[in-house]
Write a protein that binds this ligand. Sequence first.
Ligand code: PLP
Length: 479
Amino acid sequence: MTAAQGADYAETASSAYRDILSVIEQVEPRVAAATRQELTDQRGSLKLIASENYASPAVLLTMGTWFSDKYAEGTIGHRFYAACQNVDTVEALAAEHARELFGAPYAYAQPHSGIDANLVAYWAILATRVETPGLAEFGVKHVNDLSEADWELLRAKLGNQRLMGMSLDTGGHLTHGFRPNISGKMFHQRSYGTSPETGLIDYDAVAAAAREFKPLVLVAGYSAYPRRVNFAKMREIADEVGATLMVDMAHFAGLVAGKVFTGDEDPVPHAHVTTTTTHKSLRGPRGGLVLATEEYAPAVDKGCPMVLGGPLSHVMAAKAVALAEARRPEFRSYAQAVADNAQALAEGFLKRGGNLVTGGTDNHLVLLDVTSFGLTGRQAESALLDAGIVTNRNAVPADPNGAWYTSGIRFGTPALTTRGFGVKEFDKVADLVVEVLSNTSADGSSKAKYTLPDNIADGVKASSAELLDANPLYPGLTL
Ligand code: PLP
């Protein structure tokens, strides 16, 4: 049993949760009921969402404390509020664990989420590369010392910078410069994609695009690319064009922490700034983290007030606990199992005739093109859910069904690996998924409608239940 599964302290956690729920019940029983139901639902479904996991009871319980009540704007030892000594302790611990775990010179634990971590990173890069030299040109030290006219000139310069990131349909993220997100409104953006033949990143093509576009920021990292990235090559490209390399490892931070990605595949030694979420493969609380070189550290450290207000002190405490867990040897075995299980899932699909984007995986996720089953991503996602399999639809490169209906389903192994699933179980998962999809018929009148016979859904649920019962979530935890 791993700590994340909870068996080590199941009895204590059970009594803690019973007490917590009875307190909530006295105020708003419907919230207590929904909280109980959420555990039942999570225990009873095959969770294959690549961005989700199950944090340990230690991490979850750490979030439910009075740290939530404390304002602590500023940074460690330098706050705009009094009485932050204990917040200083937990924030410093989170940063220390992050530095040690990832081998980073500097870590910032305040971002509330991945999107916040990316905003902090972008503004830290703009501050370092544009604002600070701009102030020097005007002969002042602080923005408040500029005249209105000079401030307008500097603001215009800040708003006239370029960013290059991976295209959405090949696996990039909205925060990598796309118009619906603030990053696309801040920067002129151009995307790099993948090779239409192999589905892989073509580093020569990225270099050629970067030479032409000359971005200030080159972003590497993804939400739905099932392969490893060579960050040494990305850094070479960034250096050649004078860009800052920012890596968003939100999805695969657990594989970096667990030393599955090392050398050129470890982003931290190569990137100027690395961002991540803490709740996906890293298995911590919902939140963000920024790692930086000495050069960018002072600007990142000003995340508050730059783009953040008061940090979520209770979540920073939980980050410290989760990062301490990730430094244990068991986490390396977990991370390796996440990657091995993704391979097993991919092979399971391939041997049953599935069509995978890039032909396979070497990280924690698999992207199945469901058009070979005659379905859209939306139809496949809904049919799988009817059979108790929780996934999410995702665009495939040059997706004919667009970003809403899509043609793909993204599968990730971090959550079920936490439950104890191994390669045998993931082969069975592939079998169940194919069973659902090959028995689902699209309704030609809509990209959302479909039919899945009840007996198939029921049969798959029964087989899933066997797998789930053999690998319980939070074993021994009873409410
Ligand atoms: N960056 C990447 C690559 C992501 O996949 C995500 C979330 O899916 C984010 C950033 C944003 O994270 P959050 O939802 O915590 O804001």
